[in-house]
Write a protein that binds this ligand. Structure first.
Ligand code: SF4
Length: 348
């Protein structure tokens, strides 16, 4: 592993020495972990001891293996495996590719849509596979946007991350390399590592996609981690998943998005929770998501409001679902203002 990734805790005894667990939480740990494993950094575990929302995102719950709750879910509803062009690269949209570089994450988030990878032996993309992915991209000049995901790509051995980023930097038709990572949230001190920051900075096309889901995750340390990226002129954007019992209300999301804006992180997606087996207990209705976004427009300026989006089943891709505030009539449109007032504009 490159840099200073902190030790991960996986055993119940480790967890119990840092956080008091209820009887039910202990039972869940014992029954759920053989199906969906557990892992946490010490930092995030301590955060969970102070925050109910973080606790729900981190600790195993019996709901994960409750057949009645989970039965509508699938292991890979978005068919990422089907659209693979090399063992590590998925190509679905004409201009974008996804490279899943590892299945390792220091913290296993209970809401993860790639839970299917958790039980596979730990893997990191190797040099040969990096070359294969780079060759595929070179041969496909329409690809301008490369999403590097995982697992957490910032846990890759540093020389491999560097090889991948420098390879992409040299492909002229690639404009942007987005790295999806929860490191600023779950192990932020890793971003105090100058070697890692140098690699990201030298990547030149790198944008970081973080994944803050709750205001409690924005701490002094995570702010500092984000600040180090911004100092290197690496843009930081955020994706949030709408999660029942964590952030499924207007007040929480207003606070989250305004605080992200304060630390110069642009909230750009609010994802509807995918119907994944083991994650269904986090699902809300789409109607609730639309209602929340409608309210957000009354409270925040558009720069702080992400696109609410659903991901179509079977690989149909993301569709923004924004509250509809206009309708066409004969010679124009009727609009609804942020405070509910209706007005007409001619279509000319
Ligand atoms: S960091 Fe991302 S990939 Fe890793 S467990 Fe959490 S949601 Fe899944």
């Amino acid at each position: 592993m490159g840099g200073s990734l902190s030790r991960v805790l996986t055993e119940l005894s480790d967890v119990e020495s840092h956080i008091n667990l209820s009887k039910e939480e202990k039972r869940a740990f014992k029954e759920v972990v053989p199906v969906f494993p557990f892992s946490s950094s010490l930092y995030y575990l301590k955060l969970a001891s102070r925050s109910k929302a973080v606790r729900r995102m981190l600790l195993p719950s019996l709901e994960e293996i409750d057949e009645e709750i989970q039965s509508p879910g699938e292991l890979d509803p978005l068919c990422e495996e089907r659209d693979k062009k090399t063992p590590f690269l998925t190509h679905r949209y004409p201009d974008r590719v996804l490279i899943v570089t590892t299945n390792f994450c220091p913290v296993l988030c209970r809401f993860c849509m790639r839970k299917r990878n958790w039980l596979k032996p730990k893997f990191f993309i190797d040099e040969g596979e990096i070359e294969k992915a780079l060759s595929y991209i070179k041969e496909n000049p329409k690809v301008r946007d490369v999403l590097i995901s995982g697992g957490d790509p910032l846990t890759l051995p540093l020389e491999r991350l560097e090889r991948l980023l420098s390879g992409l930097e040299r492909i002229e038709h690639v404009d942007i390399v987005r790295i999806g990572t929860r490191i600023p949230i779950v192990d932020p001190e890793r971003l105090f590592d100058e070697n890692l920051l140098n690699v990201l900075e030298r990547g030149k096309k790198v944008w970081i996609n973080t994944h803050f889901n709750h205001p409690d995750e924005i701490t002094e340390v995570s702010k500092e981690a984000v600040g180090r990226l911004l100092e290197r002129r690496i843009p930081v954007n955020n994706q949030t998943v709408l999660l029942k019992g964590v952030n499924d209300n207007v007040d929480t999301l207003t606070e989250l998005f305004s605080r992200l804006q304060r630390i110069k992180v642009r909230p750009y997606y609010l994802f509807h929770c995918d119907p994944v087996k083991g994650v269904m207990h986090f699902s809300t209705t789409i109607t609730l998501g639309v209602e929340i976004v409608k309210e957000l427009f009354k409270r925040l300026s558009p720069l702080a409001i992400p696109y609410y989006a659903v991901d179509g089943p079977g690989g149909l891709g993301k569709v923004p679902v924004m509250p509809k505030r206009f309708r066409k009539i004969k010679d124009g449109y009727i609009f609804e203002s942020f405070n509910g007032k209706k007005f007409f504009m001619e279509d000319r």
